[in-house]
Design a protein around this ligand. Sequence first.
Ligand SMILES: Cc1cc2nc3c(=O)[nH]c(=O)nc-3n(C[C@H](O)[C@H](O)[C@H](O)COP(=O)(O)O)c2cc1C
Length: 237
Amino acid sequence: MRANDPFSACEKNGLYKAIFSRRDVRSHFINKEIPNDILVKILNAAHHAPSVGFSQPWNFILIKANEIRQQVKDSFVREREKSVSMLDSDKAKQKRYLSLKLEGILDSAINICVTYDPTRFGPFVLGRTSIAETGVYSVCCAIQNLWLAARSEGIGIGWVSILANEDLQRILSIPDFVRPVAYLCLGYVSEFSDKPDLEKTGWLPRMGLEEVICFERWGRHKTDSWEQFYETISKIN
Ligand SMILES: Cc1cc2nc3c(=O)[nH]c(=O)nc-3n(C[C@H](O)[C@H](O)[C@H](O)COP(=O)(O)O)c2cc1C
């Protein structure tokens, strides 16, 4: 196989299967450890993500200790309380929100905090000179690689963002200049749902692809020069 050949049908199927069957998982974790070689493999997949200026600005803090997880869970509980109060004017939505399971901090095999270090290979980072957020975007690319690689291994990941970053900095001794980007709960699961939990419970629907594509400028959803492409999109829904 030449380096520029497309993937074989089987390889493509594997990639698309990982993409479409990846789920954010907060329940259905089973009591099974993640072997070290698998953990290393999926972390290495994360470490091979694209990054602005090849700055590789990520770190992965691996957490097993229950006393640390419990402190993170306490932060979740406090932050969830705050978010619940934001829904005070809509009691029905508040009730639905409270019925959702939004984290698996204590139930999962391990937790990983993924951080962004803006000083890595800096201060001049090629490509980050105009858009500072490209550093965080790079970390998000690593997280997505991790998420997909984990899915291919049968490992579920849930991203918990209902947390105070100051709590994470303190609990995990993260220096001030480093920013926590994601707090992830990983573990083998008994099932991957076919749809996002938030779609299943009716919180929000998945939008149609055509709703998020514009032609030539913001907001133009139809134009003659893209007519055939538009028809092709409408066939996938
Ligand atoms: C940046 C980010 C933060 C998220 N934070 C949470 C969270 O705090 N709790 C939660 O249950 N899910 C969280 N999620 C998961 C989303 O709810 C989930 O990705 C979305 O509903 C689509 O479902 P799927 O990932 O299964 O396709 C987060 C996802 C992202 C990308």
